[in-house]
Design a protein around this ligand. Structure first.
Ligand code: SAH
Ligand code: SF4
Ligand code: F3S
Length: 443
């Protein structure tokens, strides 16, 4: 039996696409390999949002060279996703052991490209765009109880630092009824949590219906009977009062919002072309907390954007402290060829950016710990995700606020099934997770 393995880099959209690639390969009769190096077909679903992601791909593909030269010349190595989309044929020159290159708009071609490579032909296919949504394709969900549901693909925002619009194309929204029908099918298939996906979910519908319909979509998705609805990513400039209302009024919409701010200084926000000011962002946070006092908030922040001064960076630190994020994902600015920011000359020296990054990371850690410490003693309904990665005697799950909880199994070792909802009392806080114990009570 021929086997496959897929290694996924990058964002949740890539995780979704990888599930479709698995579905396509399994429809051709391939089965998943336990170990990447043992597979007959190895697919890299790639990311190029920062340089580090690019480098990891090159490192990993190069390390497979020994497979091909060492007795398994028939192994097919395929590179898809955002690097495939960006580099196309050039990848074959750069990585001589790659057999197949495909892009973000044509994952349905993967089986045909793999078949060509198996016959000894190196195959490249990258499209400029498509009208199709990968959701029509077969899928193998990594977690039976969870599904990624794209509602838009692409992005129209053109933040100055960002490569995503170049590799994912302009924003396109799916048909409203198609999304609801897909969630209904997923509920019937036992899925308890969906994550709606888009680079800017708040503008869902604008291209197709002339005005955003995200709040309406959220309410409708929640009414399918799905237990939990999450979504990513929200753009602050498009987060509407209607969406905030829907979040506050609809129990299935989880009380957690990822709202990337990117920077705390108006000067840099403008240079980034983000379309909002610091005070406009803070106003959205105030509005959110007025409607949902205990909502959990996370964000993305870039340090070292060209022209960032010490004073600008202090503005980032102060914004993070003022909001008191429950969590933040922090990045050092990475110039991406072809983006407007890559042409800016006033770059920040690496040691300066690193020092700022470390200061921010310390603040984020302190805030995360403080946020988690406030949970100790509380009881939450936790969605069980399965055994913890570190310890099979421990289960992992998520609270409604998206906090990770580890729960040691009792002496009987009986574990509730993955996808089950259980009441858990929080007993201890760490910066990045909680520990808890099962307790009685209705979920
Ligand atoms: N559409 C989403 C996610 C985009 S990529 C959004 O708008 O938030 C995820 C994060 O990567 C971004 O939020 C940003 O913080 C970071 N990022 C994007 N381009 C980057 C770059 N060139 N250098 C460093 N970080 C970057
Ligand atoms: Fe990139 Fe900005 Fe679009 Fe997000 S909103 S994908 S950061 S261009
Ligand atoms: Fe990376 Fe592409 Fe996502 S560049 S962040 S995988 S859209």
């Amino acid at each position: 039996m021929r086997t496959y393995a897929i290694r996924t880099f990058g964002c949740q959209m890539n995780k979704h696409d990888s599930e479709r690639m698995a579905g396509l390969l399994e429809a051709e009769g391939l089965v998943a390999a336990d170990v990447l190096e043992d597979a007959d077909v190895i697919v890299f679903n790639t990311c190029c949002v920062r340089e580090t992601a690019d480098e990891r791909l090159i490192g990993q593909v190069s390390s497979l060279k020994a497979l091909k030269t060492g007795g398994r010349p028939d192994v097919v190595i395929a590179v898809g996703g955002c690097v495939g989309q960006r580099d196309g044929t050039a990848l074959l020159r750069q990585l001589p052991h790659v057999d197949v290159v495909f892009g973000t708009h044509n994952i349905e071609e993967l089986p045909a490209l793999v078949a060509a490579a198996a016959e000894g032909r190196r195959a490249v296919s990258v499209l400029d765009g498509t009208d199709r949504f990968a959701s029509d394709l077969p899928s193998v969900r990594e977690r039976r109880w969870h599904a990624w549901v794209p509602i838009t693909v692409g992005c129209d925002n053109h933040c100055a630092y960002c490569i995503v619009p170049a590799v994912r194309g302009p924003e396109r929204s799916r048909v409203f009824e198609d999304i609801i029908a897909e969630v209904e099918r997923l509920v019937a298939d036992g899925v308890v949590e969906v994550t709606l996906l888009g680079q800017n979910v708040n503008s869902y519908g604008r291209d197709r219906y002339g005005a955003p319909r995200f709040a309406e979509l959220l309410r409708c998705v929640a009414s399918t009977g799905i237990a939990r609805v999450r979504f990513a990513t929200s753009h602050p400039k498009d987060l509407s009062d209607e969406t905030i209302c829907a979040l506050a009024e609809t129990p299935a919409l989880m009380p957690y919002l990822h709202l990337p701010v990117q920077h705390g200084s108006d000067r840099i926000l403008e240079a980034m072309n983000r379309g909002y000011t610091r005070s406009a962002y803070l106003e959205r946070i105030t509005r959110l907390r007025a409607a949902l006092p205990d909502i959990a908030l996370s964000t993305d922040i870039i340090v070292g954007f060209p022209g960032e001064t010490d004073a600008d960076f202090e503005q980032t630190l102060s914004l993070v402290a003022v909001v008191g994020f429950d969590h933040a994902f922090t990045f050092i600015y990475s110039p991406r060829e072809g983006t407007p920011a890559a042409r800016l000359s006033e770059t920040v020296a690496r040691p300066v950016a690193q020092e700022r990054f470390d200061r921010l990371a310390t603040l984020v850690r302190d805030l995360s710990l403080a946020s988690n410490e406030r949970q100790v003693g509380q009881v939450h309904t936790v969605l069980i995700e399965g055994p913890s990665r570190r310890d099979v005697g421990t289960l992992s799950g998520r609270t409604p606020h998206n906090r990770l909880v580890h729960i040691p199994l009792g002496d009987d070792g009986v574990a509730p099934p993955a996808g089950g909802l259980r009441r858990v009392r929080v007993v201890h806080a760490h910066p990045w997770f909680l520990t808890g114990e099962f307790t009685e009570g209705e979920v």
